[in-house]
Every structure is written in C-alpha cells, then in structure tokens.
Design a protein around this ligand. Structure first.
Ligand code: PXL
Length: 274
C-alpha cells in the first residue's frame, strides 16, 4: 500500500503525551506511517524531578540511517534535540537528505518546566536548523528566546515576531499564541500574507505535548501532499480537540488526548487572511 511516511527526531517522553510518543500517536491518527529517531529519554514528573538522558550522535545516526535506507520519509519533524552537538549533526543530516518537508518545532522548555534545550544550542538552532525548515512552530516563549527577548503581548506582536523569524530562513513561520488571553490565535506567515487561526479558549492547564502533537500533525499533512496552509488548519483543529479532551493526572500538567479529533464535537476553529 502507498501509505505516506513521517519521521520524528525527538525525545522520548515516558508520560506518553509529548515527544516521540505524541508524534507517533498523531501520525497514526492522520493515517501516516511513523518512524522515530530518539534523541534523549525524558523520565520526569513533578515527583521524580529531573531525569533527562541524551543519546550520543552515533546512536541517533544509526536510527536515521536505518530509516533512510529502508522505509524512507515523505516528511520529517524535529522535536527535543537538547544539545548543540545533536542539532549540529541533525542539521547536516537533514541538509544531505532528500526529504522535502521539514517541520522544526524549536522545543526549549517543557510545560512542567524541564529545560529541553541547552543554552549553548540556541545559535545552532537559529543558524543551522531553522534555515532548513519548511515551517517552524515556536510558541510564545520560544519565539521570544529566538528573537533575543522580544516581548509578545498581542496578536500584532505575534505577527511582528513571525515576520522577524521569517528572516532566519524558513519558508513558513507559525507563531502559536496559546498564552495570550481570549481566543487561542496562531499566526501563520509565508513572507507575504498572515493567516490567523483562531480557536475558542479552553480553560485547562492540561496541555502537555500540545506543541509536539500540533507539529506532528502538520508533518503528517505535508507527508500526504497537503499545502502548508491546509496542513496547519487541519492540525489546529486536531490539537484543539486534543486539548479540549486532555487527561488530568495526579501531580502534573496532563497530556492532550490524541484520539479526540472528529470523535466528540466541532472544534470551532476559524481562519482569516490579512
Ligand atoms: O512538550 C515538550 C516536550 C518535548 N519533548 C519531550 C518532552 C516534552 C515535554 O514534556 O518530554 C521529550
């Protein structure tokens, strides 16, 4: 069967809501065959505290070579890359690969406060990885870090941030405005037009893995040949449903539920062009 394939290069999140686990569940929901290159193992909740175990490049490269020589990929997404060494290698590997659709989620800090990117890795993220991207998907803190501390307080600021991030070289920028008040508005920018994707605000803290799942859904859409706008619109609906039906948990920020889209209710997502 001609099933499309998507590869995720990201961390393993033991809690199952974020990272590689979120990506695979999302790919499955979109009828895309998922493959993985694990960069690090994250085993952390508010009780266990810090538990991040990065892999060496040899182990990561072995996974990538295994996939490339065999299954292949129609799209790729990156999630938690953690160290400068890993980003530098991943950027070279992507540059040499023939994969056309590259989604870079510039993961930096987990919803429960884990540092998922080392400080000295920021320049490589900006200068080596982001220029290779079809689309980057920063949330507000990530956009701010990438823009030397720019303050983001409004949709106009999101647009300004998207415009500045575009100069780093990706084809599209999606700045996610979930932390603003009012509707959850994300700004997609292609260098000419801004598309505002809005969803009704969902009153919950349980959004662990939302960014991972959103970017994985975009990668799945691109793998299937959708345009970037189509893929982002569908992904926004998917993640809105996932947040609305997220899990509560004993101590931390609960994970979004990947199987919610299309099962329970309409998402209420709208798109306007500016
Ligand atoms: O949601 C960010 C994220 C990404 N990748 C991994 C994570 C998390 C947050 O928990 O654990 C592996």
């Amino acid at each position: 069967m001609n099933i499309k394939r998507a590869l995720t290069i990201a961390g393993s999140a033991a809690r199952g809501g974020a990272g590689i686990q979120a990506d695979l569940k999302t790919f499955q929901e979109f009828d895309v065959f998922g493959t993985t290159a694990v960069t690090a193992i994250v085993a952390r909740n508010p009780r266990t505290g810090q538990g991040i175990f990065p892999l060496g490049w040899d182990a990561i490269e072995a996974q990538l070579v295994t996939i490339e020589e065999d299954i292949g990929a129609d799209a790729l997404k990156t999630g938690m890359l953690f160290t400068k060494e890993i980003i530098d290698h991943v950027a070279v590997w992507i540059g040499n690969s023939e994969i056309e659709n590259i989604v870079v989620d510039p993961v930096m800090i987990g919803k429960m406060g884990s540092a998922l990117l080392k400080e000295d890795a920021m320049e490589s993220m900006k200068n080596l990885l982001i220029p290779l991207a079809t689309i980057i998907t920063p949330n507000m803190p990530e956009a701010s870090y990438l823009l030397d501390g720019m303050e983001l307080n409004s949709v106009e600021d999101l647009k300004e941030a998207a415009c500045r991030l575009k100069k780093l070289g990706p084809e599209y920028v999606l700045v996610k405005g979930g932390r603003l008040e009012g509707p959850a508005v994300d700004v997609l920018y292609d260098g000419m037009k801004y598309y505002l994707l809005a969803a009704p605000r969902i009153d919950t803290i349980h959004t662990n893995g939302a960014g991972c799942s959103y970017s994985a859904a975009i990668a799945a859409g691109l793998a299937k040949g959708e345009s970037v706008l189509e893929a982002v619109m569908e992904a926004k609906k998917f993640i809105t449903a996932g947040i609305r039906h997220s899990l509560t948990c004993k101590a931390g920020v609960g994970p979004t539920y990947h199987a919610a889209y299309g099962k329970y209710d309409e998402t209420g997502v709208t798109v306007t062009e500016e």
